[in-house]
Structures are given as C-alpha cells and as structure tokens.
Design a protein around this ligand. Structure first.
Ligand SMILES: Cc1cc2nc3c(=O)[nH]c(=O)nc-3n(C[C@H](O)[C@H](O)[C@H](O)COP(=O)(O)OP(=O)(O)OC[C@H]3O[C@@H](n4cnc5c(N)ncnc54)[C@H](O)[C@@H]3O)c2cc1C
Length: 389
C-alpha cells in the first residue's frame, strides 16, 4: 500500500465511495479509500435505496433533486450502472398529516420537483393494490425510484480507479494524525499514510474516527430493518409508497418481491454498533407485516423471502454532518445519513469534492456544516425526528 496520498477517505459506504469518485475525477492527485470490511458492507448495503425528493427543507430537497438527475443518468453522472429503476412514488397522508404534507409540497414547489397533490381515486389508479384505509390526501412524484446500493457503491469506486482512486478493502483506519492544527496522516492496520487531507466517511463509526483527532460529534444509532415478501401472481407493478398512516414504507423489489420497512415516528432501537444481530427479529417482522398487509391486503400470508437489520446513524437533527472542522485543517466530516443518506450520498460527494478543490458546488452544503449545532442552527424538518424530513 502507498505511504503517501493527496487525500485519504475513511469508509467505503455510499458517502466514502462518492467522495472518492468525485475527488479523483477532480484530478487532485492520488486518492486512497480505506474500507475495513468490504465496500457497502454496513448501512449502505442494507439500504432500501429509495431515491425520492419529498423533503421539507432546502438543502435536502436540493440534494435529492440532484440525486434524481444522477440516478436517471447514472452512466454519464456516476460512471456506470446503479440498478436504478424509476417507479414513481406515492405518499399517503391521513388527516393528521395533511398540514405536514402541504408544507412538504410547498417546499417541493419552490424547488420545482414536480410532485403533485392527487386525490385518493388517482392514487388507487396508480396503485390499485392499495387499500384506501385512512387516506385523506396523497402526493405523486413520477421521477422517484430505487437503486441497487451495492452496485452503486462499486460503480462509483471502480469507475474512479482510472482517475487515480485506490480503494483498499479489508484495511481499517486506526486514527487520524495531526500536528499544529493540520492533518498529517492516517494510521492504518497496514502502517501510516502521510496525507494533508482526510474525509471521515466512517458512517456509524464517524464519531469515533473524528474523536481520534479530538473532534466531538453527538451521534445516536438505531437498529433498522427491512424485509422482502413474495408477491402473488398477477400482483402488478407498484411505485415506492410512503405510508405514515400504516407506519410503513414499501416498494417493489426485483421481479415479484415487495420490500418494506417501518416508518417513523417510532422509538429508536439503540444497538452496539460493534456487536449487533444482523437478522430480522420476530417482533419487528410482525410490526412491518402488520402495516404492510393493512395497506396491501393481497400480500396477507405472503412468503417471507428475506429480512435484515442494520444501522441508522443519527445526528442531533437527523441530517448528515458534511464539511470542514475549523479546529483541524484538512479534515472533512461526511457521515450521519440516518434514513436518507443513500440518495444524498452521490450529490454530497460531488459537492464536497467541489468545495475541497475550490470549484463551485452544485449544491451549497453550508447548512450541513458540522459546527451548526454549536452555532444553534440545526436543520429543521416538517416531520420532526425520523426517516422523513
Ligand atoms: C434498513 C435501512 C433502510 C434505508 N433506506 C434508505 C432509503 O430508502 N433511502 C436512503 O436514501 N437511505 C436509506 N437508508 C440510509 C442509508 O442507507 C444510510 O444513510 C447510508 O447508507 C449511510 O452511508 P455511509 O457511507 O455514511 O455509511 P456506511 O454505509 O455504514 O459506510 C461506512 C463504512 O465505513 C467503514 N468504516 C468504519 N470505520 C472504519 C475505519 N476505521 N476504517 C475503515 N473503514 C471504516 C464501515 O465498515 C462502513 O463500510 C437506509 C438505512 C437502513 C439501515
């Protein structure tokens, strides 16, 4: 392994892969990515990977819109295939959510996302499998879809190798070295790499990696699960559906499957990020299936194909921390995606690379700066805490 680099990225999930891709493309010299397991091994590889733009604050909707452009044109924008399938998205609101729904819609309208409020009848025309239970209002976004998160991560890394990215799987970073308030290197399992620039994209371990150079970041973690059931013959095509009424989200999965997970608000499920059971547990399965079968009665009794548990990494306002830390020149944070970090990863990497190289970022990332909490400027969301924002 090389002993010097112009930049080192710690973590090979979607955030690290995207930062590596766009930094290498920006021609900054040698870029090394360290992933102590395999690419996309943790949150990214277990993501539902929904790409949608129904968000209530400026920075998230701007990033999500950019993500939709990138996934729709993945070969040109991201270097190759991402498995993106455009399905459209329906959001179902009960009477208790209608005010939030209109706030989200108003924010989307300011950004021209094209999301429309539609009647229940039209929602049922788009997805006739849905039970109308409790729906007071619905919105439709035709450009939304979902991607293959492992394929996306590998594409970003593999196609940047020709621009100078060197990715090392199975190599962990032990700490960031600094002197005189500047990054000087990264200590790895295989020795030291001298570098003036480090991006901390260590996902759930982002707080600890930052702490290795004295930087504090408040992080919580929650165990989050998805499952896939087999749809019966003739079930038909589905869009992505966000269903706060039945507390679930779901979408098609491959050919003939339906993937589902729990919608917030729900209690956080704290876990030990170094030692947690990666299997779907019976209680969570029952909760997801209860909401899913209420909304999609034709799935009752459907065979469980698979299920899993992984990690949400949650900052104090549920939005990622991205950008420089004034106390340590050459250090950039890029973690804390909670439930929306997959879709935001590619545009965040693109704009962070622009910030680092002095170019104009496509999306202004200032709102995500790590210092926003100390400055009393957290990001707000109409939904409050959770996987809607
Ligand atoms: C069940 C579930 C469903 C989700 N659904 C969606 C969705 O539909 N849409 C969406 O946008 N988002 C979704 N998310 C959220 C999204 O998946 C995450 O926010 C995103 O994947 C986080 O990416 P990351 O790169 O920050 O972290 P990770 O993918 O966890 O990557 C961090 C990597 O860093 C590595 N690492 C850590 N420490 C070190 C070290 N010291 N040295 C080297 N490597 C290190 C880890 O091994 C890991 O591979 C979902 C998440 C879950 C769990």
């Amino acid at each position: 392994m090389q002993r010097t680099a112009d930049a080192v990225i710690i973590g090979g999930g979607i955030m690290g892969a995207s930062c590596g891709h766009f930094l290498a493309k920006a021609d900054i010299g040698s870029v090394v990515l360290l992933e102590r397991r395999t690419l996309a091994a943790v949150s990214t590889g277990h993501s539902a990977a929904n790409v949608r733009c129904s968000y209530s604050n400026k920075v998230t909707v701007e990033l999500a819109l950019r993500a939709m452009d990138m996934f729709e044109n993945d070969r040109e924008e991201l270097g190759g295939p991402t498995g993106f399938r455009r399905t459209g998205q329906l959001i179902l609101y009960g009477p208790e959510h209608a005010e939030i729904g209109r706030q989200v819609l108003a924010n989307e309208a300011r950004h021209g996302t094209g999301t429309r409020e539609i009647g229940v009848d039209e929602a049922l025309e788009i997805a006739p499998q849905l039970s109308p239970h409790g729906i007071a209002m619905a919105c439709h976004q035709r450009r939304a879809g979902y991607a293959d998160p492992v394929r996306t991560t590998r594409t970003l890394v593999e196609t940047a190798e020709r621009f100078g990215l060197r990715a090392h799987e199975g190599v962990g970073a032990r700490g960031i070295m600094a002197a005189g308030g500047r990054v000087t290197g990264v200590e790895t399992d295989q020795g030291r790499i001298d570098t003036p620039l480090v991006i901390n994209a260590a996902g759930p371990w982002g707080g600890r990696v930052g702490a290795s150079s004295g930087l504090a970041c408040s992080i919580r973690w929650s165990r989050e699960s998805d499952l896939v059931v087999e749809a019966p013959a003739g079930f038909g095509a589905l869009p992505i559906v966000a269903d706060p009424i039945c507390h679930v989200y779901f979408r098609p999965h491959g050919d003939g499957g339906v993937l589902a997970g729990l919608d917030y608000p729900k209690e956080l499920e704290p876990l030990d990020i170094d030692d947690y059971a990666p299997a779907l547990d019976a209680a969570t399965r029952a909760r997801i299936e209860s909401g899913l079968f209420r909304r999609l009665p034709a799935l009752r009794g459907a065979r469980l194909v698979k299920g899993w548990a992984s990690i949400y990494t949650i900052t104090d306002d549920w939005h990622p921390v991205v950008g420089a830390e004034p106390e340590l020149v050459g250090y950039y944070a890029c973690f804390g995606g909670s439930g929306h970090g997959f879709k935001l990863g590619a545009p965040i990497g693109e704009s962070l690379a622009a910030v680092i190289t002095g170019a104009t970022p496509r999306v202004d990332l200032h709102a995500l700066r790590p210092t926003r909490f100390a400055e009393g400027q957290p990001i707000t969301s109409a939904w409050g805490s959770g996987n809607r924002a």
